[in-house]
Design a protein around this ligand. Structure first.
Ligand code: SAM
Ligand code: SF4
Length: 326
């Protein structure tokens, strides 16, 4: 069992397959010309499988693949097939643009739920946000996933003055589509242009939706990061990930492995444990994993202030989101 000093048990591992991406979302990938980590420094598919087996033996029951964009990795399908042999709930977060090539792989891996990131329903704004003119491909792939009976969650990083005016269009999208739209409060990472003024808060999101829809609160599961709601008579739901204004650290069960094999016990943790180097030197990594978890801070990696308006971004010690694995 992977317990920390705050009585939290960790059974959910997020593995980043790569820090490369075919999109350029400014809030995630600050430097467009950023160097991606060379293959030799990334975990190989065999190493990913080995890590996953060890974490499963220690109590992990759910694995999410992320990145960067996990599906740009050439051996992504092989990795999915390997991990599907483990007794875990396997899921993925993707920007969606390559999903049409993976429908059968997902089905064969019994991967039932897919998170797709889409911050706007306007093709021009999509181009401005991602620097890629591929809105329609992503939208079509979301529809393709629904047609193929996957449970689809759509992640929307909600930023004041950038896409907050589209919140109700996203909610309207859940009327006849069984989609789960999740509005994510904008989070600060290394050089991602974050300013407290750009955070569109949980409360503001609810107030915006209230102007047009009547909705009810639905039950959140114990380890959920979301607060879930449903508009009456809509096929889908919406939810809010309120990291900045109402963090959910008390029930956190998540661990992270970066694409270069470093373990992080929190999205905002300052420290990392280099599990890949340990594994390559033949060291048993179990003790290092446990030590890393025991060092987990009570909330927000011990460095984000709970009053987000007082956060000084230049004081934060972290990687960018793309390098951590969202
Ligand atoms: N490329 C994949 C994708 O876009 O879904 C997976 C990796 S991405 C880093 C994972 C999630 O992190 C996405 O939903 C993305 O929108 C979110 N994300 C990235 N930067 C963020 C930020 N600064 N604040 C909030 N969410 C962020
Ligand atoms: Fe790429 Fe996802 Fe980051 Fe956008 S949010 S740059 S798609 S990793």
């Amino acid at each position: 069992m992977l317990a920390d000093l705050h009585q939290r048990v960790h059974n959910y591992l997020r593995i980043s397959l790569t820090d490369a991406c075919n999109f350029r979302c400014f809030y995630c990938m600050p430097n467009e010309e950023v160097d991606v980590t060379p293959m030799g420094k990334l975990m190989s598919k065999e190493e990913i499988f080995e890590f996953a087996k060890i974490f499963v033996s220690l109590g992990v029951t759910k694995i999410r693949l992320t990145g960067g964009e996990p599906l740009v990795r050439k051996d992504a399908a092989d990795i999915i097939r390997l991990l599907a042999t483990l007794p875990v709930k396997l899921t993925i977060t993707t920007n969606g643009v390559l999903v049409h090539k993976f429908i059968e792989v997902f089905k064969n891996a019994n991967l039932q739920s897919v998170n797709v990131s889409l911050d706007t329903l306007d093709p021009n704004r999509f181009l401005a946000l991602t620097k890629r003119d591929q809105f329609q491909e992503v939208k079509d792939n979301i529809e393709r996933l629904i047609e193929n009976n996957f449970s689809v969650k759509v992640n929307v990083v909600t930023m004041k003055g950038i896409n907050d005016q589209e919140i109700n269009q996203f909610v309207a999208w859940t009327k006849s589509n069984p989609l789960h739209v999740r509005f994510i409060e904008f989070m600060p990472f290394t050089a991602n242009g974050w300013m407290s003024e750009k955070v569109f808060t949980y409360q503001q999101i609810l107030e915006t939706i209230q102007e047009e829809f009547e909705f009810i609160k639905i039950k959140d599961e114990i380890n959920d990061t979301t607060k879930k709601y449903k508009v009456l008579n809509h096929a889908g739901t919406f939810a809010i990930i309120s990291t900045m204004t109402a963090p959910f650290c008390d029930t956190c069960n998540r661990l992270r492995l970066t694409a270069d094999g470093k373990m992080k016990n929190c999205l905002f943790s300052k420290s990392e444990t280099d599990l890949l180097t340990l594994m390559r030197s033949g060291t048993d990594i179990t003790a290092a994993i446990k030590e890393n978890i025991l060092a987990k801070e009570k909330s927000l990696g011990g460095q984000l202030l709970t009053d987000f308006t007082k956060i000084e971004t230049d004081q934060l010690a972290n990687r960018s989101m793309i390098a951590i694995g969202g």
